[in-house]
Design a protein around this ligand. Structure first.
Ligand code: NAD
Ligand code: ZN
Length: 359
């Protein structure tokens, strides 16, 4: 199955299905003499050999493995990747392969964006979250002062998504990725939202069902990115749940909670605010809260852990803000995202009320 993605800087396909990691070369838009695979230490043990073996003997394959975890999205590892690429003789016309989740995708994508002023790369995602991060061409590493501070826009040549790899994905990573799946449903597709609400426990989801949801999520993300590649308008709506989500992640030092779990709390807050802003709207607040509980997302326990003033400091740094106003993505109904401004004081009052409600 393939989904086309169109951007100003190039068109590419997303291929999604079972066992695709065994046929990576077949899905490339052209022939390459050499490929350089970047992956992380967890994935290397499980899937690296399959991908290496998927190339025919005419292609020179070299690999580089970084430690698993957010810490590898960092200047030192970025530099190591470049060093190793040079030592492997990787040329301007060769290909970089990002095999892994969002961490590897962002790191390897940024290496590809900068190596010899830019070489081709493909994404081979292995997490649910990566249905989001592998599409759209945003690539970056972190700076000690802030996440994703050093980066670029660089579109891949293809995304080759093997849903079989999700069989080994741990439960917390399922929760993390499914928060972005339901986010896509909330901003664009009411039917998909119903489908999300009806899901069995994540470990009981069939390969067909998850493939279907990932396709729908990718389709939504791709259409928004197509319209607004550099995030001047509608792409901002993809930030539903991310204002508070990013603040929670930052407060937890990017360790005790995953990105998507933090975003799930942020979405719950956005729905709480939306219900107040749009009292006439028929919003799925109750169903969403039930969904969080059913799938064991941390909600009240997590909010209790944080100092609200500290969270507010983080929120104020959000890139979507304009002058003194904090702008938050809310829903005026399912499929209708909108940006709503808040002053610091009014948002603080809402945060306190929200915390009391989920307590
Ligand atoms: P990740 O890449 O760290 O993967 C999560 C964990 O799961 C890691 O320990 C990894 O080794 C392991 N793992 C990956 N695939 C596995 C598999 N199939 N089986 C077993 N274990 C597996 O994290 P992520 O959640 O995929 O990505 C998070 C990153 O994505 C963040 O750095 C975030 O900033 C970035 N991101 C980027 C964009 C974008 O548009 N570029 C969008 C959203 C998030
Ligand atoms: Zn996100």
């Amino acid at each position: 199955e393939q989904l086309p993605v169109q951007t100003n800087t190039g068109n590419y396909n997303v291929y999604i299905g079972k066992g695709l990691r065994h046929q990576v070369e077949t899905y490339l838009p052209k022939q390459y003499n050499q490929v350089f695979i970047i992956t992380d230490s967890h994935i290397a043990n499980m899937y690296l050999n399959d991908v290496v073996d998927s190339f025919s003997s005419e292609v020179k394959v070299s690999t580089y493995t970084v430690p698993a975890g957010e810490n590898s999205k960092q200047m030192d590892w970025f530099h190591e990747c470049h060093t190793y690429a040079i030592e492997s003789g990787l040329e301007r016309s060769d290909l970089i392969v990002a095999l892994g989740g969002g961490v590897v995708g962002d790191l390897a994508g940024f290496v590809a964006a900068t190596y010899m002023r830019g070489v081709d790369y493909i994404q081979v995602p292995t997490t649910i979250l990566a249905h989001d991060s592998s599409v759209g061409g945003k690539v970056a590493i972190n700076h000690p002062q802030g996440k994703n501070m050093i980066g670029s826009f660089h579109q891949p040549q293809a995304v080759i998504y093997d849903t079989e790899t999700l069989d080994t994905l741990p439960g917390t990573e399922w929760r993390s990725g499914m928060a972005e799946v339901i986010k896509h449903a909330l901003i664009a597709d009411e039917e998909m939202l119903e489908q999300c609400f009806d899901l069995p426990s994540f470990d009981a989801i069939s390969n067909e069902t998850i493939a279907d949801l990932l396709k729908k999520g990718i389709h939504i993300k791709a259409s928004i990115v197509q319209e607004d590649e550099k995030e001047k308008g509608v792409r901002r709506y993809l930030n539903l749940g991310h204002t508070l989500g990013h603040a929670i992640e930052a407060e937890s030092g990017y360790s005790s909670i995953t990105h998507g779990e933090a975003v799930a709390i942020g979405i719950d807050f956005a729905l709480f605010l939306s219900a107040k802003q749009f009292p006439e709207a028929n919003l799925p607040n109750e169903a969403f809260r039930k969904w969080l509980e059913k799938h064991n997302y941390p909600l009240s326990s997590k909010l209790e852990e944080y100092n609200l003033d500290a969270l507010m400091e983080k929120i104020k740094k959000d890139k979507k803000n304009n002058h003194q106003q904090i702008r938050i993505v809310l829903l005026s109904s399912i499929g209708e995202p909108t940006l709503v401004p808040y002053s610091e004081q009014s948002l603080m009052a809402e945060l306190i009320e929200f915390r009391n409600e989920v307590r």
